[in-house]
Write a protein that binds this ligand. Structure first.
Ligand SMILES: CCCCCCCCCCCCC/C=C/[C@@H](O)[C@H](CO[C@@H]1O[C@H](CO)[C@@H](O)[C@H](O)[C@H]1O)NC(=O)CCCCCCCCCCCCCCCCC
Length: 535
């Protein structure tokens, strides 16, 4: 098989490919709607992945390295998840909702991937010559971590679908920890003060110590419209014809967020892989080798046994009310601060990025400078991390590097970006504290929070910007309604139940955010990096 390099763009749920980056303006050679295709990892080749549109087309794709493939899988999987059918009404012949089928295939994919990755670890530690490649082992571990993250997120989404689908509902619903045997109570669940008896928490705990996170929020959502039909490769229509791939691929991928699918995070696409190669065949069945699920986790058949299993899954999510905060796939509760000198960059940025949808729920024009600043700082830190991901694994490492090189005072430095991101987060923390202390006037909440935080660093011009922005704040009711997970559901954002759930979730969120901010603050003070200078 001859592989050819191609330039790929993942945009709005559609993967398009071009002859080269320079050729982008001449139109794509083909495109694939991610929501209708299955992603299959190659059983042997760690750089291969296949994109299969059942009964139609088969694309063979090859990345430069297993790590690149991992990035691609996460980006493609996130895109597929973001742009999958949301109606929930469509079912296959067995009555299984399409969304569940899609999630199952994603879970299978990640299982296959995990098997391969575990196999690599085994191989690495059992070298016959007795040597031990520690770096390779670290790489393998990092890949496994990322795959587990993606698996858990997908499972979480699957559980949400299952719980909201009538055919999977059972008459008895009790709240318990997914990690312990079925029981009407949850004796072993550790809770932060004030947390609700929900089961999203075990997932939070499961996520908490993970060191790598999916790339879903490190990327951008474009505004361009999606293509709804598959465009065949016109350059070569013969069976088994190969389509290209190029050693440096630049893609932008879509972030899935709990609140909205039309959120624009960053101003430019962040490359998540630097090498991908594909082969494409328009033959309906030639060379198709769709992997059968060998490690199927979720069964959707409606036998009583399966219902028991599904009940377990269903119990593993919040059966009461989800809010924006508890639905966040990664939040500050997942940012480990047990080593105060080492906050991992990716979980931290992921947690920040997951706040971004809220900006769009506020008045978009008035808040766009705020959003740009917030997202710009996320991006600056991310770019610094990407410049040497191993060296700049932690926030502290990148700041100290800049200090050593005298770059920390540059306006574009990661040090400055983190300083301002920290200040923005302090504002958010104080704003949420104000909101949950009983005040119903959002502008008072914002003004109080502002006085305690950002105002100290703003000159009169920027203070004026704040004064304008604060006038554009929605009423509390509107804001609260944006904090429901799915505005189409029957959850009444004005109900006392939702209010209670929201307040509890805010309390937990603020506690974790505060924990992270204390560590960053201490670090900045220790190295004299904070400044009272006003902008
Ligand atoms: C709900 C209340 C909304 C009111 C929020 C108003 C906030 C103040 C508005 C001020 C306008 C900001 C415009 C940008 C100003 C920048 O000049 C300033 C400095 O920028 C930094 O300059 C450095 C160089 O000197 C550079 O290196 C660095 O990279 C750059 O950042 N930036 C700021 O002052 C930061 C302002 C960000 C404010 C973010 C506030 C977040 C508001 C969140 C609203 C949602 C609240 C609900 C939270 C619920 C969570 C789910």
């Amino acid at each position: 098989m001859g592989w050819q390099p191609r330039w790929f763009i993942l945009d709005n749920g559609v993967l398009s490919y071009y002859k080269s980056q320079e050729d982008v303006n001449n139109g794509c050679k083909g495109s694939i709607k991610m929501s209708v295709c299955d992603i299959v990892v190659h059983p042997v080749d760690m750089t291969r992945l296949d994109l299969i549109i059942p009964g139609e087309q088969h694309y063979y794709v090859k990345a430069s390295t297993p790590q690149d493939r991992q990035s691609w899988l996460i980006a493609l999987g996130s895109s597929k998840a973001s742009f999958s059918e949301v109606s929930g009404a469509k079912k296959d012949a067995d009555g299984v909702p399409d969304q569940v089928r899609t999630k199952k295939s994603e879970l299978r994919l990640y299982c296959d991937l995990l098997m391969q990755q575990v196999h690599s670890v085994k191989e690495t530690v059992s070298q016959t010559d007795g040597s031990f490649d520690f770096q390779k082992l670290q790489e393998c571990a990092s890949l496994i971590g990322a795959t587990c993250d993606t698996f858990i997120c997908t499972l979480e989404e699957c559980m949400k679908i299952v719980s909201s689908t009538p055919m999977f509902e059972s008459p008895h619903q009790h709240v318990r920890d997914a990690a312990i045997p079925s029981s009407p109570t949850r004796p072993n669940v550790q809770r932060l003060p004030g947390t609700r008896s929900t089961i999203t928490r075990p997932l939070e705990r499961a996520l908490k110590h993970r060191s790598t996170l999916s790339s879903s929020s490190e990327v951008k959502v474009h505004t361009s419209s999606s293509h709804h039909s598959l465009i065949e490769d016109t350059s070569n229509t013969s069976a088994n014809s190969t389509v290209l791939l190029q050693p440096s691929i630049h893609i932008s991928s879509e972030a899935s967020d709990a609140l909205s699918q039309s959120v624009h995070f960053l101003e430019e696409a962040i490359p998540v892989g630097n090498g991908l190669t594909t082969e494409h065949t328009t033959n309906n069945n030639a060379n198709e080798s769709v992997l059968e699920p060998s490690h199927l986790v979720l069964s959707t058949a409606a036998s009583s046994d399966d219902l028991e299993t599904l009940d377990d899954f269903k119990d593993a999510i919040d059966e009461t009310i989800m809010t924006f905060f508890s639905a966040m796939p990664v939040s500050f509760s997942n940012v480990d601060t047990s080593d105060e000198e080492s906050i991992l960059v990716i979980p931290f940025l992921e947690a920040c990025n997951n706040l971004v949808p809220i900006f769009d729920k506020l008045n978009s024009t008035a808040f766009s400078p705020v959003k740009m600043d917030f997202c710009g700082n996320i991006k600056k830190i991310h770019q610094k991390h990407l410049s040497d991901p191993e060296k700049f694994l932690t926030l502290q490492s990148m700041v100290l590097d800049e200090v050593q090189n005298g770059q920390h005072t540059h306006s574009n430095s990661a040090t400055s970006a983190l300083l301002w991101l920290k200040r923005s987060l302090e504002f958010i923390r104080e704003f949420l504290r104000e909101c949950s202390s009983g005040s119903t006037d959002m502008s008072i909440c914002a003004s109080n929070a502002y006085s305690r935080t950002l105002k100290n660093y703003h000159g009169w011009v920027v203070r004026g910007v704040f004064a304008v922005a604060v006038k554009a704040l929605p009423y509390r009711e509107t804001f609260v309604s944006h904090l429901t997970v799915d505005e189409k559901t029957t959850v009444d954002p004005m109900s006392p139940q939702f209010e209670h759930a929201l307040l509890t979730d805010i309390e937990v969120f603020v506690q974790h955010l505060d924990r992270v901010l204390v560590v960053i603050n201490t670090f900045y003070i220790k190295h004299s990096l904070d400044s009272a200078e006003k902008v």
